[in-house]
Every structure is written in C-alpha cells, then in structure tokens.
Design a protein. Structure first.
Length: 261
C-alpha cells in the first residue's frame, strides 16, 4: 500500500470534526500515515492543536487565513506565536492573500499576512501560504519579510506556469490538491509535471475540493489524497507507489516530521 501524507486539511471543520474517528480510520486504511491540520484563525488554531495532541498521526499549523484577517484581534499574533511553540506544531499558516473573494479588505489582508511571514521568519518556522489572484503581492510580501523561500509552501497551487517558475525560483515547495484532478485543470497538470522531485507535496484541503473520481462527495477527507497522488503519478510518468513515497518523504523533510510508516 502506498505511504501517503496529507499535508493540508481542516479536521476542525464541523463537517469532519463530528465524525473524526471514522475519518481518521478511513485515512489509515487508505495508507495515510500523517495528516497536517491547517488553521484559518486563532480559534481554529487552538482546536487544531487539541486534535493533534489527541491523535498520534495528526500535526497542526497555527495562523490566520486572509478571509479572517479582518477579524484578527490585537493579540492574535502573540497567540499564534505561543501556539507555534507547542508540541506537534509544524508551521505558521495558512495565511496569505485572496483577491478573488476579498472577504477582508486588501490592506488588512496584506498587513496580517506580512505580520505572519515576519513571525515565521523570526521563529524559524515553515510558512503555509494561500494565494489567489494575488501572486505578485504575495511574492512582494514574502520578499519584504526576509523569510527564506525554502521555508515556504504554496498550498493548493493553481497558478499559471509563469507563477510556478517564480515560486520555484525562491525555493518554495509546491503542494497540489484535488483541483489537479479536475477535467478543466489540464494546464495545471502540465505545470505539475515541471516541479522538481524534491519540491512537490500533496494535500486534500478537506473538507473542500473532493478530487476525481469522487468529486461528487460533498465532504472531502484525507483518505482521498490517494486520488491526488494517482493523478500526479500519471502526469509525472511515475507509479503511484513511487509518487506517494516521494511526496511523503518531502513532507517529512520539509515539516520536520518523524519517519512515519
């Protein structure tokens, strides 16, 4: 069975949290050795920490998503900083910019993202980045923060080939979600074939973005990361076993996870 790591999902989301033991059991049956529970605000970060401490295969990030940037309180950065010192925290995030929905004013998104990038740089933590229709500003903020690009992962990457080249130039990791399996994502699959072997990760972003061939599933879950791996294996002319092992090894090295079986 392939050894898989889902590097980004939201286990504290109500659609997963309510049935968490079953969700985790299905993931284990699918060969998922570890799961990184991503966070979008301070409260989710606390919940993610609790889930990670309750389940051996779960790790967590702590951060504020651009959608929630407008609700970040004055003390949010201190709380995120404290959470990153706790056992099983592997990164700051997810944070970044989202100009598609603009649920938070852009200046607020930019400030909150810059503060978290600065924090990750200061603490020597990895940084999980969400960017949508904002790639130029995202790169500018990363550059201003001084963070080493090799500590950055662009999660659920959907940008064009030019943006991929720029992300790779700064040393970043590239993570692909179920979007890479969609029929309309031919160009994204082609781009995925260009990512160097040591820079590629896989994720579900569950409960969102159910991949083909289970796209009709209302609630995505970590077990489905196997479908993302299969799609990338086909694009990269690899076996599923080899692609799974490659991305699992990359995840362990990037996030500092113990060797998982």
């Amino acid at each position: 069975m392939p050894r898989l790591i889902d590097t980004h999902c939201h286990l504290c989301h109500a659609r997963l949290k309510g049935d968490l033991p079953t969700v985790l059991a299905r993931a284990e049956q699918a060969g998922v050795a570890a799961i990184i529970c991503a966070s979008g605000n301070v409260e989710e970060s606390r919940q993610s920490r609790t889930i990670a401490h309750q389940h051996a295969q779960v790790y967590f990030t702590a951060g504020v998503h651009p959608h929630d940037a407008r609700k970040a309180g004055k003390a949010y950065l201190e709380e995120i900083s404290q959470l990153t010192t706790m056992d099983k925290n592997v990164a700051v995030g997810e944070c970044g910019l989202d100009y598609h929905y603009d649920f938070s004013p852009r200046p607020t998104q930019q400030r909150v993202f810059a503060e978290q990038a600065d924090l990750a740089c200061k603490l020597g933590k990895k940084l999980v980045v969400h960017t949508r229709e904002a790639f130029d500003d995202t790169l500018a903020i990363l550059k201003s923060s001084g963070i080493d690009g090799r500590a950055v992962v662009f999660h659920s990457f959907t940008e064009d080939r030019g943006s991929l080249t720029r992300a790779l130039e700064i040393g970043a990791m590239i993570s692909f979600s179920g979007i890479v399996t969609f029929a309309r994502s031919r160009e994204l699959r082609e781009a995925a074939g260009l990512v160097p072997p040591d820079r590629i990760l896989i994720e579900t972003d569950a409960p969102y973005l159910s991949p083909e061939p289970v796209r009709k599933m209302k609630t995505n879950e970590p077990a489905n990361v196997a479908h993302v791996a299969a799609a990338l294996a086909a694009v990269r002319r690899s076996t599923l076993q080899a692609l799974a092992e490659l991305t699992a090894s990359n995840a362990e090295k990037f996030f500092g996870l113990p060797r998982l079986s």
